[in-house]
Design a protein. Structure first.
Length: 105
């Protein structure tokens, strides 16, 4: 077995488990309920861990999780109305409220 993913948020570890199981990769949890030991051991040592059962699945699991969790960030866009720069997450210009659709990007 090899450690493939760990995070302090158990919901993210559960999400990783679902993604890998949908791809046919068997995984097991470790430290799923160890948060009660914080104070006795390091908080990092209590993070839930996801391990692949078969070592041969490790590289594929890493690739799958990298594609799932590391989405590229979109570039900023410039409003055609007021020329203000806007973060990619905005669908309307924060300055003049013009919609992003059809604007210079």
């Amino acid at each position: 077995m090899k450690l493939v993913y760990t995070h302090e948020n158990r919901f993210l570890v559960g999400n990783a488990q679902n993604i890998l199981e949908q791809a046919g990769i068997r995984v097991v949890w470790k430290n799923e309920f160890s948060s009660g030991a914080i104070g006795e051991i390091s908080p990092f040592d209590t993070w839930p861990e996801l391990w692949v059962v078969e070592d041969t699945d490790y590289e594929q699991a890493i690739d799958i999780l990298s594609n799932a969790f590391n989405t590229p960030s979109a570039p900023e866009w410039q409003c055609a109305q007021c020329n203000e720069q806007n973060a990619a997450v905005f669908e309307t210009c924060w300055n003049c409220q013009t919609e992003k659709v059809g604007l210079a990007q």
